[in-house]
Design a protein around this ligand. Structure first.
Ligand code: GDP
Ligand code: MG
Length: 173
């Protein structure tokens, strides 16, 4: 049997999940973290607009997300940000919040093949996006990878195949 993939997470830090839609971020978050530890942009769109897919609620959802993130980090609560986070400016806002609160930031990257994200997207009943949007997110993710350490993440945990995701073992440090 192949070994587990250790994913080391500081217990008072911010975990930024990164991945195209369909890469499995929400599934990963639900499997490894408690429900109140996860701030999901989709869930917050649902909270403000009654519809998790309502893109007109995106700005409000992220404003709420950053507010809750700051409050949690101020208390030293582990906080997982479940959003694509493939754009640098979006990560910048999160990293600024963690730095202000003096908490470490970790990136957990679901760097899965584009074809798999597209395939899962087609099978979805909710949150299905146009294929072009997934292609764009995947390209932004790939372009982001070399920059992450310099952006201020204390650690970057890369999960590069469904097998690595399956074998991920989160260890609080
Ligand atoms: P997100 O868009 O990145 O949040 O992805 P989700 O977690 O919502 O997953 C997208 C789809 O892929 C869903 O239908 C999941 O059931 C499926 N999925 C996610 N993770 C896995 C996995 O590890 N294995 C398999 N087989 N399916 C997965
Ligand atoms: Mg999701």
């Amino acid at each position: 049997m192949r070994p587990l993939t250790p994913v080391r997470i500081p217990g008072d830090g911010m975990v930024v999940l990164m991945g195209a839609s369909g890469s499995g971020k929400s599934t990963f978050a639900a499997r490894h973290f408690g429900p109140t530890d996860v701030l999901s942009s989709d869930a917050l769109r649902g909270l403000v607009a009654g519809d998790e897919s309502d893109q007109s609620a995106t700005e409000d959802a992220f404003e709420l997300l950053r507010l809750a993130l700051r409050m949690r980090l101020a208390r030293g609560r582990l906080t997982v940000v479940d959003a694509t986070n493939v754009q640098r400016w979006a990560r910048r806002l999160l990293l600024d919040a963690a730095r202000r609160e003096g908490r470490p930031a970790i990136a957990v990257v679901l760097d899965l093949p584009l074809a798999l994200c597209l395939e899962r997207n087609e099978l979805r009943l909710v949150h299905r996006l146009p294929a072009a949007a997934i292609r764009r997110q995947h390209r932004w993710l790939v372009e982001s990878l070399p920059m992450l350490a310099a952006e201020g993440f204390a650690r970057v945990e890369l999960l590069r195949s469904p097998d690595e995701v399956e074998r991920a073992a989160v260890a609080l440090i």
